[in-house]
Write a protein that binds this ligand. Structure first.
Ligand SMILES: Cc1cc2nc3c(=O)[nH]c(=O)nc-3n(C[C@H](O)[C@H](O)[C@H](O)COP(=O)(O)OP(=O)(O)OC[C@H]3O[C@@H](n4cnc5c(N)ncnc54)[C@H](O)[C@@H]3O)c2cc1C
Length: 486
């Protein structure tokens, strides 16, 4: 156990907690998932950058790792007695610069705060689909958002990063950084875990009114199918699976909640969002009005939603605790048979695994790729270009309540990825001038225990990450998936 008296002098506002020997990990740390969660040596909540520098130096001198924490939604980062857990909750400022069209947020800011500040002033930026996810953690993994089709990924829109590296130095990095700073900036864009403590990020921000939505609201459409109509739902999704940049189409398989008439019954929901006028949205999603589709639904309704409420629907998934992971694949297309097979496998998993039945879900999300392809630049290929041309993001979320269900949960997720059979050699990579890495199907935001990292980055990028770790963090004071493993 770490001795409190051996710690350096921190500022008066810095909160230092040393877990007692009999404390359980989950009493010390609240994370979205309990996977890989052990008891840290200490929890230090810095109140300024000097506290961070002091923590890094102390950790380096004592063989400990520093784990910067923003939204605590990373399921893949190991926490154990050799870690200092470093919540950045005091770095909580969100500053919109309307004239420059940019927003600067602190390293501890979560999505909710950015959405609230920006939408209140008529702006939006790249955000994840959960308001509880940390904005810094989101950006470091690449940053996939509903705006991918229009403006690209979050990493395509980073203007500045303020970081404290392993030697305790503070730097401001940007797309115009040069030399080793440029390499550091680039690796932070898509493979950014474990290179330092980020105290702020500046992203581009855009005016909502420029989306030309009716009354600045997104057009929406929801269709709820009974499980017996999976074929119709899959057929509709496959018709809409290559959407134009403003159209978002999500097919989700979830279980009816305990309060529903048939608790635990499989539900098939198809939700459509359109970042433009209702008239254009109706045209883009015309297939969803077809009588052959609507006659098979329990609910089929259109509406509007403010961008400030874009994540309300995912709020039930924000709860901390239990065991959860995310397994993802970016795909070019999915056949109706594939979607039905994935649905049937999900239903069977729930029936065989009561400890994961009510909570595990599968998402198939189709988005435009124009913004992702147009905004790619050579230096930022830590989010491989081979993924940028793929419209469909598949995400299996095994969520189990007791440790013993782990094996079945993982087996379901792995089988689901095998069913969707991400097109590793679909030629998109070569077509887009990307000669290596067409084996890649996942991305850094969704790492999971034991994942083969060559599905996340091409081999030459893995080598580059390792080299950059050697350069910027030679003694490994920060956890990194490539060097330390997942
Ligand atoms: C429910 C849910 C929804 C999601 N939706 C999306 C989505 O729509 N799009 C998307 O791209 N991703 C999404 N993700 C994935 C998410 O972006 C990643 O898991 C991300 O790394 C989580 O960041 P965090 O700050 O919440 O987690 P944390 O556990 O706090 O951090 C994750 C990693 O980032 C590092 N980190 C965090 N903050 C800092 C910092 N200030 N300085 C240095 N390192 C830092 C941590 O050390 C850790 O390695 C989602 C995840 C969940 C669980």
């Amino acid at each position: 156990m770490l001795d409190k008296h051996s710690l350096p002098q921190f500022s008066a506002g810095c909160d230092v907690r040393i877990p007692s020997p009999d404390a359980k990990a989950e009493d010390c740390v609240s994370r979205w998932s309990r996977t890989k969660l052990g008891k840290p040596a200490a929890i230090i909540v810095p109140s300024n950058e000097e506290d961070i520098v002091a923590t890094i130096k102390y950790a380096a001198a004592n063989g400990l790792k520093v784990i910067p924490v923003d939204g605590a939604h990373g399921t893949f980062v190991p926490i154990d007695e050799y870690c200092i857990y470093l919540p950045l909750s005091a770095f909580d400022r969100v500053d919109l610069n309307e004239e420059a069209g940019s927003v600067t947020f602190g390293g501890g800011v979560i999505t909710r705060d950015v959405i609230r500040t920006l939408s209140g002033k008529g702006f939006y930026t790249c955000v994840p689909n959960s308001s509880a996810v940390g904005m810094a953690g989101f950006c470091l993994g690449g940053g996939s958002s509903p705006f991918n089709g229009l403006v690209g990924l979050a990493i395509d829109n980073i203007l500045r990063i303020r970081i404290i590296t392993a030697n305790g130095e503070k730097s401001v990095l940007s797309p115009s950084s040069s030399g080793e700073d440029a390499r550091l900036f680039n690796v932070l864009c898509g493979a950014g875990f474990g290179f330092g403590v980020i105290t702020s990020i500046t992203l581009r921000a855009w005016r909502i009114r420029d989306l030309h939505m009716d009354e600045d609201k997104m057009w929406t459409r929801k269709l709820l199918f009974p499980p017996t109509a999976i074929q119709a739902a899959a057929t509709l999704f496959s018709k809409l699976q290559h959407p134009e940049p403003r159209l978002l189409v999500t097919l989700i398989f979830v279980r009816a909640p305990p309060t529903a008439p048939r608790p635990g019954a499989p539900m098939v929901m198809l939700s459509i969002g359109f970042l433009g006028s209702a008239a254009d949205g109706g045209k883009a999603a015309a297939a969803s009005f077809d009588e052959s589709v609507t006659s098979q639904t329990m609910v089929a309704e259109s509406g509007t939603a403010a961008l400030s409420s874009i994540n309300d629907v995912s709020a039930p998934f924000d709860r901390h605790g239990d065991y959860k992971e995310q397994y993802s694949a970016w795909c070019s297309s999915l056949s109706v048979e594939t979607i039905v097979a994935a649905f049937n496998r999900w239903v069977r998993f729930g029936e065989e695994t009561p400890e994961a039945k009510m909570t595990s879900f599968l998402v198939l999300a189709a988005k435009g790729t124009k913004g992702m392809l147009e905004n790619d630049t050579e230096g930022r290929r830590f989010f491989p270009r081979s993924l940028r041309g793929r419209h469909i993001f598949v995400q299996a979320v095994p969520w189990w309540t007791v440790e013993t269900a782990e094996e079945q949960a993982r087996a379901w997720a792995a089988e689901t990825l095998a069913i969707v059979n991400a097109p590793q050699h679909d030629g998109l990579a070569a077509e887009n001038g990307f000669t290596d890495g067409d084996w890649v199907t996942a991305y850094a935001a969704n790492l999971s225990k034991g994942i083969d990292l060559t599905t996340t980055w091409p081999a030459f990028k893995i080598d580059e990450i390792e080299k950059l770790k050697g350069l910027w963090d030679p003694i490994g004071v920060f956890w990194n998936p490539v060097v330390d493993g997942v």
